[in-house]
Design a protein around this ligand. Structure first.
Ligand SMILES: Nc1nc2c(ncn2[C@@H]2O[C@H](COP(=O)(O)OP(=O)(O)OP(=O)(O)O)[C@@H](O)[C@H]2O)c(=O)[nH]1
Length: 321
């Protein structure tokens, strides 16, 4: 069972130097993994002045925890029955979703071989038993600060500044990882390209600033439909968006695209020069099995052909080919 220690947010705020993250140390989530409940509670209580700490009593519980909510850091006892701390760390570092979570080991063995084992398993640091409160607080704070800075940098490099959606960098990096994972699980990838209809005219009539506001409103609707952990929406071009829907077949992909078009229609963003008298989207959708065999450009091209067809057929439509 996962045990939750008390949450405490009253610790002093640690500044993030030059790169500001939306998150601070106090809101970071640290998972302490130890089969000895007394030890993990002790460490959790020490860390509660710094961040939010939770405990798990086995590697299996820790993995279950990570599948529900990603921690910012794990503090892991090396010696645990069944799966030990080193093996847990190896497993987490091998997974896409948990690979970047830093791990601090707690170990009673400070011999050279034991230290090498910690580094080779992918650990970021270690503390010795018995744990010295000040030492673990400093080590945890250092790892969390690095993690927050890295998260902030990643956010900047993956985010479109106008809409807050992912940008093309993200798409290019995520696609190979995602397609490998889907291939392993024999799951399809649904992909939709959306394009705002008559957007040149919209800018011409209402001005570029209103055009930007329109794109923000459209983006907010698209974002609402990324409901599962790895669903994503990317601003692909000026008024073009790509939605990735892992493990979604063609009918599901089509249904989501249609719902989005309906939602945009119902926003009733006035557009005098559109036959619909409001802003609408057109969409080209595909769902591909064995996705790893297809480069991203091929999949986009296929969806783009469908989008082109939707435009030809009068716009404000979804075409799935
Ligand atoms: N306001 C604003 N406009 C943008 C942005 N990026 C691209 N655009 C505009 O989007 C318009 C796209 O025009 P077109 O590619 O001709 O497409 P369209 O007028 O929507 O025509 P259809 O797609 O056939 O309906 C251009 O006028 C671009 O200047 C942006 O960030 N903000």
């Amino acid at each position: 069972m996962l045990a939750t220690t008390h949450l405490f947010n009253g610790g002093s705020k640690v500044p993030l130097m030059s790169i500001q993250s939306t998150k601070n140390i106090e809101s970071c989530l640290v998972l302490i993994v130890d089969d000895d409940h007394l030890s993990s509670t002790l460490v959790a209580n020490i860390l509660n002045n710094l961040c939010r700490s939770f405990t798990a009593s086995s590697a299996a519980d820790a993995i279950e925890f990570c599948e529900n909510k990603l921690p910012d850091l794990l503090v892991v006892d090396v010696n645990m029955p069944d799966i030990n701390g080193l093996e847990l760390c190896r497993q987490l570092k091998a997974r896409n979703d948990t690979a970047d979570i830093p791990v601090i080991f707690i170990t009673a063995d400070l011999g050279k071989d034991a230290q090498v084992d910690c580094w080779e398993a992918g650990g970021n640091d270690f503390v010795t038993k018995p744990v010295v409160a000040q030492t673990i607080v400093h080590r945890v704070r250092n790892q969390l600060l690095s993690k927050l800075r890295l998260d902030a940098l990643r956010k900047l490099s993956y985010e479109d500044s106008l809409t807050g959606l992912y940008n093309r960098n993200y798409l290019n990096e995520e696609y190979p990882r995602l397609s490998r994972q889907l291939m392993r699980n024999h799951q399809p990838l649904g992909l939709i390209i959306f394009d705002v209809d008559y957007f040149k005219q919209y800018n011409d009539i209402y001005g570029h600033l209103k055009g930007d506001i329109c794109l923000e409103k459209v983006s907010a609707v698209l974002k609402r439909y990324t409901r599962r952990a790895r669903d994503a929406v990317v601003r692909y071009g000026g008024e073009e968006f790509i939605m990735l829907l892992p493990n979604t077949g063609l009918s599901g992909t089509r249904e989501i695209a249609n719902q989005i078009l309906t939602d945009i229609y119902q926003l009733e963003i006035a557009h005098k020069h559109s036959p619909f008298e409001r802003v609408t989207l057109s969409a080209g959708a595909v769902s591909i099995q064995n996705i790893e065999r297809y480069p991203l450009n091929d999949v986009i091209e296929q969806a783009d052909i469908n989008l082109y067809d939707a435009k030809l057929k009068g716009k404000n439509k979804v075409v799935t080919g």
